[in-house]
Design a protein around this ligand. Structure first.
Ligand code: ADP
Length: 169
């Protein structure tokens, strides 16, 4: 199995032309602010209907729906941990979000996936640690996905991705 191609970009995840974009959702899957709100606005009302049928999602898990009006065919909804100091399993749960999203992608035959910086907005996860977890978890994943794009909304997050990608630890 070839190693996944991993890249970072700065931009809006709703505009990414990949097979699947990942949503940093909350456990109700019924929409929220931040990237979740942007994805629901861009996909249209049918996305909320599809999410309703999933009946929620636990932290660290992932569920797929269609992408409706998005350029991406699929949305993989994952629920990141709320940061509360780092001793409540937050790093492991964040890693699980990346790993489980790629497993769901494999089940659907998805070859390219774009991730937002899960948990680093309203959920308060420290940006540098989150970037390192994203890069290390994707690199060590056993997946058929060929391209993973880490999408930074702001310049600061983009720099953190570039640094984490330069560190081959
Ligand atoms: P969480 O609740 O998981 O912290 P947020 O949506 O509050 O989720 O933030 C997660 C990350 O998504 C933040 O880094 C935020 O800047 C980023 N973000 C917000 N809107 C977009 C967007 N349209 N495209 C990509 N990333 C976005």
């Amino acid at each position: 199995m070839a190693e996944v191609r991993l890249e970072a970009t700065q931009g809006d995840i709703t505009r990414q032309r990949v097979d699947a974009i990942v949503n940093a959702a909350n456990s109700s899957l019924l929409g929220g602010g931040g990237v979740d709100g942007a994805i629901h606005r861009a996909a249209g009302r049918e996305l909320l209907e599809a999410c309703r049928q999933l009946g929620g999602c636990p932290t660290g898990e992932a569920r797929a729906t269609a992408g409706f009006r998005l350029p991406a065919r699929w949305v993989i909804h994952t629920v990141g941990p709320v940061w509360s100091g780092g001793k409540r399993g937050e790093p492991e749960l964040l890693a699980s979000c990346y790993r489980r999203s790629l497993e769901v992608a494999d089940e659907l035959g998805i070859r390219s996936v774009a991730f937002p910086a899960i948990s680093t907005g309203a959920y308060g996860f420290p940006g540098q640690l989150a970037a390192e977890i994203a890069v290390n978890t994707v690199r060590s994943a056993n997946t058929e996905v060929e391209l993973v794009r880490l999408v930074a909304f702001d310049a600061e997050t983009f720099v953190l991705y570039r640094k984490a990608l330069d560190n081959r630890s």
